[in-house]
Write a protein that binds this ligand. Structure first.
Ligand code: C5P
Length: 298
């Protein structure tokens, strides 16, 4: 069978509210996810030998059965009862420990792509169950676009797409461990119960991007990882409409009103030795179109 090449997009969080702690040790979130055009690239060759073989261009990523891409493929094969296999090459462009859902996006894209290529016929519910087991951010990548995430961030409700063509992502080159951030934040939370202890998310993208975006993890991450705050401060001084941290960091995103304003800021930020990516919001239609095309080859 021939090889298909699929982008596995990154995400940012327009809003991230931590609502409380859960008995399972996770945190109750109210977040608004957005797929963006920075992406890893998956090259997938379906086979009929039942084997899942992964290679990756990133030396730091294990292809020993523990990678989320391999786990997604194995779990789908088991759940759907198919005997197919796949040779998968993963080209990493999304930095890790960056709050951009890199590993989660790879896993979500793998599930959608293999479900189509294998004609596995897994239902949306089955895909969700596999995705949620792989990680709290993975279910979002079964729909993409703009979507609200509640529960652990894994209960997904698609929202009208936010139009954001002029984004910058800025990363100071450090990896932030998500679990550590939540542990530190927890120490400051007053409620043990999964109750709303902070105002719920009020975000209506139908009205355009709200002026004030929020991320409840920023204060904790800035205290633990000063370079992330340095990026945030510098980016804020460059005329963006909004500047926020994505997920648990270390990436800061900025929303600009024009290509020229973004280009000026990008040139300035690059002088600090940080990684800077120009990108745009990817709509749900665009996100899903690539996978739908795999089910209906022309
Ligand atoms: O689900 P995932 O493995 O991506 O989450 C990484 C870590 O982040 C979890 O082990 C947990 O410590 C923390 N987390 C959390 N509440 C969430 C999501 C993640 O406490 N809603």
């Amino acid at each position: 069978m021939s090889t298909v090449v699929i982008p596995a997009y990154a995400k940012i969080n327009w809003v991230l509210r931590v609502v409380g702690r859960r008995p399972d040790g996770y945190h109750e979130l109210d977040t608004v996810f957005q797929t963006v055009s920075l992406c890893d690239v998956l090259s997938i060759t379906p086979t009929d030998d039942g084997e899942i073989r992964l290679t990756c261009d990133h030396p730091g990523l294990a292809a020993d059965g523990t990678n989320l891409v391999e786990r997604a493929a194995h779990d789908l094969r088991a759940a759907a009862g198919v005997s197919s296999g796949a040779i998968i090459h993963l080209e990493k462009k999304i930095p890790m420990g960056a709050g951009l859902g890199g590993g989660s996006g790879d896993a979500g894209a793998t599930l959608l792509a293999l479900n189509a290529l294998w004609r596995a016929g897994a239902s949306p519910e089955t895909l969700w169950t596999i995705a949620a087991r792989l990680g709290a951010d993975v279910p979002f990548f079964l729909s993409g676009g703009t979507a609200r995430g509640t529960g652990r961030g894994d209960v997904i409700e698609p929202m009208p797409d936010v139009h954001a063509p002029h984004l910058l992502l800025v990363n100071p080159g450090i990896e932030v461990p998500t679990a550590r951030v939540f542990r530190h934040l927890s120490a400051g939370l007053t409620s043990e119960k999964p109750e709303r202890i902070l105002p719920a998310c009020s975000f209506s993208p139908g009205d355009g991007l709200p002026a004030s975006l929020t991320n409840d993890l920023e204060e904790t991450v800035f205290a633990l990882f000063p370079p992330v705050e340095a990026v945030w401060r510098k980016t804020r001084a460059l005329g963006a409409r909004a500047v926020r941290m994505s997920g648990s960091g270390a990436t800061i995103f900025a929303v600009f009103d024009s290509e020229s304003a973004r280009a000026r800021a990008q040139a300035d930020l690059a002088t600090h030795g940080w990684s800077v990516w120009a990108c745009r919001a990817v709509s749900r239609k665009e996100y899903l179109a690539g996978f739908e095309a795999l089910s209906n080859p022309t």
